[in-house]
Design a binder for this molecule. Sequence first.
Ligand code: GZL
Length: 327
Amino acid sequence: MKKKVLSVALSAAMVASLAATMNVQAEEDLIVVGYAQVGAESDWRTANTESFKSTFTEENGYKLIFDDAQQKQENQIKAIRSFIQQDVDYIVVAPVVETGWETVLEEAKEAGIPVILSDRQMQVTDDSLYECWVGGNFIKEGEDAGNWLAKYLEDQGRGDEEINIVTIQGTIGASAQVGRTEGVGNIVKEHENWKMLDMQSGEFTQAKGQEVMESFLKSYDDIDVVICENDNEAFGAIDAIKAAGKTCGPDGDIIVISFDAVKAAFESMIAGDLNATFECNPLHGPRVAEIIQKLEAGEEVEKIQYVDESYFDTSMDLEAIMAERAY
Ligand code: GZL
């Protein structure tokens, strides 16, 4: 009997020392993070998910529990409740829409589990329900797009022309949709010769973006500009424009502007279809890990943390820029 006990003890010691040499932390030492992701609706979302999965690894000291809500708020709420039941160390949420979160955030607070918001924001009366938010400045993205259009038209000698615009919005109620629509609207108001003919949601997807653009083209025969609230909607809109026998891009009938600046958007600009895309950096994984490390160390964290963003258009050396980008 003693020999057996001895051999078990020896093998346990060997496993522990092997783990130590391989820098693999024991399960109980890992920081457990539950991530309630929106879905997999766009190239941006894919890059955002990859950023979390490549950051929150066991070798980096984390155990990631990942949930894809397929763009449904009820699925995200279910995921948060499951994270609470599993007593994770941190809950991270990319909220599909801004409202309807108070109850489940109260439950997380009750359970003593800190919540971090990534990407989109939540509207809550008590902002102590979450530690902080990290993401894009959506209103600024919209205003930058509007100002880019004004300069582009000016440079084309169309500064005083009557300009008809349609907008394919994102998921209604999502921060990115709310902010981009507001931002573009702020600039449209500054130009009395611009007319916003129509706005409809394309749900941030290519298929719905194409469908909405098809309906716009049937309703209006004089569209000059389409604003797409993400790149995937723009890809769908471009397909619809071409199918209707019209052209788009720098020398086309319709100017196409979008948001995100994913790799496929660079390819579309290089192909001469998309005019410009306004960046919304999806690489939130490292930023959230930095926040968690600060919280672990008992440090204060900024409540609102914007990521760095830019824009890209066909006047730039897009091949060279694309070669340097991470997504
Ligand atoms: C922006 C993000 C948006 C992207 C879309 O931070 O919430 O959701 O712009 C994605 O591509 O679907």
